[in-house]
Design a protein around this ligand. Structure first.
Ligand code: NAI
Ligand code: CS2
Length: 481
């Protein structure tokens, strides 16, 4: 179906399924899979990928219908470049193929790496503490029925168990989700679940399985029907699995693999001993400013990040958040942070990338701790100002209150949406609501709710947003300095 000049230039039948990836979403298609494709086409790599989705089969079905081929298109305001990805060797979805087929795919002798992009909530952990949430319904299911898991941690434990029973080599488990020390978070939830099931298996995991951390960066918005149609002309066909992304690409990987890895460094990845300083920089400066723009932007009626950038006050606020309130909290030494901030602003200004504020605003309960709250703790310890961070939290609180500035309902997309709705319904719109939301321990821990300074700063901005709206609040914040 794709035009001949786009087809991969390498022998796809020579690929071996050495990676099983869980979470065949937009991001993975334009990031890790593309990187493996570059290795196959330019460096004779035989690392093929089995793609898995646990909770929805549509994309997998579409991919199979396209002979496991799909396109990635990099876009700027005035350029567009498409590449066809041929590195997928198999594709499975738990509902259609059954979870046992997925465990079996992960238990093949060739498989050396399990990677994943399942969003923060896929780890079933408490965002504030990183501990497995033992009350999570999927985890409760997997404790009682370990051989038919429904959660990501449960699936990993089941596959490790089967490999061990068969005497196969261990694999490495590589998270590519936006969390600090994502390898450590994955290890924690997998170990805690294994301990609930089988102490000997937990010991085996501790001794044999590697959980490298990664920092991943590329802005890949959710596809829309409009973008799909625009692409159809260029491709000469309709690619239901297509993604569009910015040209920027970064991948920093902790070089800690137990059964080998592709030579990702040949395709632009950086292999390092310690990823944490990179992860914190990206999570706080990029994702932190993204979330700020998402909540304050959505409330102001800005649909996309690039719309926020067209408002000079928002641009200045985002840059100031990065440099005045996030950069001081970082330990990284090898990056010029003002130059990094400028490059982020330039990326946000790319109007070809329709990155919706609504998309970034989703799952706030899972994102706030690593994007903002650890930085607020840093400022509390250092006695420094955290006005923009507090304004961000107040913006999130206005957002999860569920009504926009025009009085229209906001549909909240968040695994804690019931608890959020409960806080909102049980409190009047004002300081009591701020306090009730701050008391959500899974997000704020105990310390932040107990800090009178935190409650006061967030409360002031909440009131200002209530009375003056987001646009005016951001304008005043910028004009005060
Ligand atoms: P997406 O919505 O296109 O895909 C999400 C994937 O996660 C789907 O495959 C879905 O099946 C899976 N998933 C969702 N909840 C799950 C659960 N509870 N258990 C198992 N699987 C689950 O989103 P996209 O854009 O692929 O982003 C996914 C993650 O990748 C993000 O949350 C983030 O951590 C990371 N990321 C995304 C970037 C982007 O620009 N889109 C850039 C950098 C990182
Ligand atoms: C965004 C990220 O959706 C979000 O919360 O902040 O997905 C962001 O686009 C990426 O991390 C960029 O690498």
């Amino acid at each position: 179906m794709f035009s001949a000049e786009l087809l991969p230039n390498y022998d796809r039948s020579a690929l071996r399924t050495r990676i099983v990836h869980i979470g065949f979403g937009a991001f993975h298609r334009a990031h890790q899979a593309l990187c493996s494709d570059l290795l196959a086409s330019d460096h004779h790599s035989d690392w093929g990928i089995c793609e898995v989705n646990l909770n929805s089969g549509e994309l997998i079905t579409a991919l199979r219908a396209q002979s496991l081929l799909y396109s990635v298109t990099e876009m700027t305001d005035d350029s567009l470049s498409t590449r066809l990805i041929g590195v997928v060797t198999h594709a499975l979805h738990a509902q259609g193929d059954g979870i046992d087929a997925v465990i079996e795919a992960m238990s093949q002798p060739d498989v050396a790496i399990i990677s994943m992009t399942v969003t923060e909530k896929g780890y079933c952990h408490q965002p504030a503490s990183g501990q497995l949430n033992l009350q999570h319904p999927s985890i409760q299911h997997d404790i009682s029925q370990p051989d038919t898991p429904v959660s990501l941690p449960g699936l990993i434990v089941a596959a490790i168990k089967r490999r061990r029973q068969r005497g196969l080599a261990p694999f490495s488990v590589m998270s590519c989700d936006n969390m600090p020390e994502n390898g450590q978070v994955t290890r924690q939830v997998v170990m805690q679940l294994a301990q609930q099931q089988d102490a000997a298996l937990a010991k085996y995991i501790a001794e044999h399985i590697a959980f490298p951390s990664t920092m991943v960066d590329r802005i890949v918005p959710a596809m829309t029907p409009e973008t799909l149609s625009t692409l159809s002309d260029k491709l000469g066909c309709r690619d239901e699995v297509a993604v569009v992304c910015e040209p920027f690409f970064q991948w920093v990987i902790e070089d800690k693999f137990v059964s080998g890895r592709p030579a990702w460094e040949k395709a632009g990845a950086e292999l390092v001993a310690d990823v944490l300083p990179f992860e914190q920089m990206k999570l706080r400066m990029l994702n932190g400013s993204h979330s700020f723009l998402a909540y304050l932007g959505y409330l102001a009626g800005y649909q996309h990040i690039s719309d926020c950038m067209a408002d000079e006050n928002y641009l200045i606020a985002a840059r100031r958040l990065m440099l005045a309130e996030q950069a001081p909290t970082l330990t990284i030494t090898q990056v010029d942070l003002p130059a990094y901030a400028d490059s982020l602003i330039t990326r946000y200004q790319n109007r070809a990338i329709k990155h919706r504020t609504y998309q970034i605003a989703s799952d706030g309960s899972q994102k706030l701790p690593q994007r903002w709250l650890d930085s607020i703790r840093w400022h509390l310890n250092n006695g420094s100002d955290f006005d923009l961070l507090a304004l961000g939290v107040a913006g999130w609180m206005r957002y999860v209150s569920g009504v926009d500035e025009q009085g229209a309902a906001i549909i909240i997309n968040d695994p804690l949406k019931e608890q959020l709705a409960q806080c909102v319904a049980s409190t009047p719109d004002g300081p009591a609501r701020v306090q009730a939301l701050l008391a959500l321990e899974a997000i704020f821990g105990r310390d932040l709710a107990a800090s009178p300074l935190v409650a006061a700063r967030i409360g002031e901005f909440y009131h200002q947003l209530q009375t003056q709206g987001a646009r005016e609040t951001v304008r005043q914040m910028i004009s005060h300095d």
